[in-house]
Write a protein that binds this ligand. Structure first.
Ligand code: C2O
Ligand code: CU
Ligand code: CU
Length: 456
């Protein structure tokens, strides 16, 4: 594979468009007014945050905040992001859930070379599907996502959706101690189990915030799990809420019910009918409060439930002629090389193969090769007692069935495969390329649970 490094910069000195010295805001990000080449300039840089009162956490941020600045685009339109790396490490951006060309997918050595410190890279792609998505690096992921390089990407429907109010809620549990210092992002004995959990839960970077919502209105809550490890068991006791979309893709609206499990990388769009002024609702993870939703006065007439969101233009797999492929997700501990000298832990494998996070050639050996425009059923079998949010790049798939729960088939990019569960998914292989297929518990991914699937 050969790359042309798109742009190489010795530093930011020559980069007039960034607007250094023209005021603080443009330094971080803006919709530049007269720039023909991009819609956003997005800078990754260190940022000291105060997650624990009186203490500094040395985070890494997109656009001066962690989780990163919310990027938006209209469905069917082109998103152009000039990404500028002001970190001291290599990085990339992956656009989670967006069906785009491989060169824009942000996987180092497969899609592009890493963006080195001081360089920039122009991401430029059409967003075919509306919904709630997000972005994050695909390099040194436990550390980079752990330090805060995660951000929401909202693709607005072509026509107004019927929601007049919305909020984005990015869920992240930080790996920090009581003094705000980072703790280990990958503890080997945890990576071999459910994954290394952080300690401080936040929404949009704030622990247990109070979010004010307009009384009597129906508000779209875009919940995005940008965490590396935790499956949040979302519940909203006393709230009148309906699910409108899962992982970006619309579903026939259904009540939130007792609890919705949102695994790492997953999203859920809820419609909440905000109660009378002054009322407070706890948004919780199991029994733990994540946020307080507080109803405040609204001058508008009461809102009603909007109609279902329009479906995204995803091809319907034809099950009658689909070929079936099986993927087994297994626990298998092995140590490859001396970890102190660049070796890696491997605890997980797919069909007997573990991904080596340090081996740049793994993608040259895809675990499956699909024919372009072919129809496929994947049988996903979890042989372990820990759950895996299984994610595929480049294509959206349809969840068909599970041996553990009743499934109303729906489209997604990530399926939370429960303990010892077997599920069936299907897709049309309409996007040529080599696509990552991995668990979104980041330390599972970094200890083997990743593979490449080729579409030729
Ligand atoms: Cu959120 Cu490889 O992806
Ligand atoms: Cu992805
Ligand atoms: Cu996993």
């Amino acid at each position: 594979m050969s790359f042309t490094r798109r742009q190489v910069l010795a530093g930011l000195a020559g980069l007039g468009v960034v607007g250094l010295g023209t005021g603080g805001v443009r330094y971080w990000l803006g919709r530049p007014e007269n720039v023909a080449t991009h819609d956003y300039e997005l800078i990754a840089a260190p940022l000291d945050m105060e997650l624990v009162p009186g203490h500094v956490t040395p985070a890494w941020a997109y656009g001066g905040q962690a989780p990163g600045l919310e990027l938006r685009c209209r469905q069917g339109e082109r998103l152009r992001v000039r990404f500028i790396n002001k970190l001291e490490v290599d990085t990339t951006i992956h656009w989670h859930g967006i069906r785009l060309p491989l060169e824009m997918d942000g996987v180092p050595y497969l899609s592009q070379l890493p963006v080195q410190p001081g360089e920039y890279f122009d991401y430029n792609f059409i967003c075919p599907d509306a919904g709630s998505y997000w972005y994050h690096p695909h390099t040194a992921s436990t550390e980079q996502l752990g330090r805060g390089l995660v951000g929401p990407l909202i693709i607005e429907e072509r026509e107004p959706s019927g929601f007049r109010h919305e909020r984005t809620l990015s869920l992240k549990t930080w790996h920090i101690d009581e003094a705000g210092a980072f703790t280990e992002f990958l503890v080997p004995r945890q990576a071999a189990r459910e994954g290394t959990r952080g300690r401080l839960s936040t929404i949009n970077g704030v622990p247990t915030p109070t979010l004010e919502l307009p009384a009597g209105q129906v508000v779209r809550l875009r919940l995005i799990n940008v965490d590396s490890t935790i499956t949040y068991r979302l519940n909203l006791p006393g709230g009148d809420a309906r699910i409108y979309a899962l992982d970006g893709n619309p579903v026939e609206p259904l009540p939130l019910g007792k609890e919705y499990w949102i695994g790492p990388g997953m999203r859920v769009d809820l419609a909440l009918k905000v109660p009378a002024e002054g009322a407070e609702l706890p948004l919780r993870n199991g029994p733990l409060r994540l946020a307080t939703l507080k109803s405040v006065a609204s001058a508008e007439p009461a809102g009603d439930w909007p109609p279902a969101l329009p479906a995204n233009p995803v091809l319907e797999p034809d099950l009658a002629r689909a070929e079936t492929l099986r993927f087994n997700f297994e626990w298998a501990a092995m140590l490859s090389g001396d970890v102190e000298r660049g070796g890696s832990y491997k605890y997980w494998q797919i069909n007997g193969q573990a991904w080596d996070i340090n081996d740049k050639t793994c993608a040259d050996r895809p675990i499956a090769t699909l024919q372009k425009d072919g129809h496929y059923i994947f049988v996903l079998r979890n042989m372990a007692q820990y759950q895996h949010p299984i994610h595929l790049h480049g294509m959206t798939f349809k969840v068909l069935s599970s041996d553990r729960r009743k499934i109303v088939p729906y489209f997604t990019d990530t399926y939370l495969l429960g303990k010892n569960e077997t599920a069936r998914i299907a897709l049309v292989a309409d996007n040529p390329g080599v696509w990552m297929f991995h668990c979104h518990v980041i330390d599972h991914m970094e200890t083997g649970l990743m593979a490449a699937i080729a579409v030729v």
